[in-house]
Write a protein that binds this ligand. Structure first.
Ligand SMILES: [Zn+2]
Ligand SMILES: [Zn+2]
Length: 117
């Protein structure tokens, strides 16, 4: 019999906490979440932070793995770099789900059903 009904209803109330990107301080949509190793995995790092894919990509475009391991193993250090500051200032003006690679892999849109007006 249906005796777990109540639990299922209760879980609807719980909204997932928005995750903020420590780089640009905007909310990270689920499909833009990317884990960055503060010390690169290749250098034995384990700790990760959650960033926008585009912010993450930018870190690796600016720094090499050895630079990250030696000098830029914290978000604070990364944010002090002028190239990063320039990027952050630019990306802050974009929509949170903006991504430079303009692919939208999961757009289940317009399957021919009537739209509400
Ligand atoms: Zn990374
Ligand atoms: Zn970001």
């Amino acid at each position: 019999m249906a005796r777990k009904n109540r639990e299922e209803v209760a879980s609807w109330d719980v909204e997932p906490e928005p995750v903020l990107c420590p780089m640009c301080e905007r909310v990270i949509p689920d499909d833009q979440k990317d884990a960055h190793h503060l010390v690169p995995k290749s250098k034995g790092g384990k700790k990760t932070v959650c960033l926008h894919r585009i912010c993450h990509y930018q870190i690796h475009a600016i720094f090499t793995d050895s630079q990250l391991a030696k000098k830029f193993s914290t978000i604070e250090a990364i944010l002090e770099d002028p190239a990063v500051q320039k990027f952050v200032a630019w990306v802050k003006g974009k929509h949170p789900s903006f991504s430079a690679s303009a692919k939208e892999p999961r757009q289940a849109f317009g399957s021919g059903r009537g739209r509400k007006q």
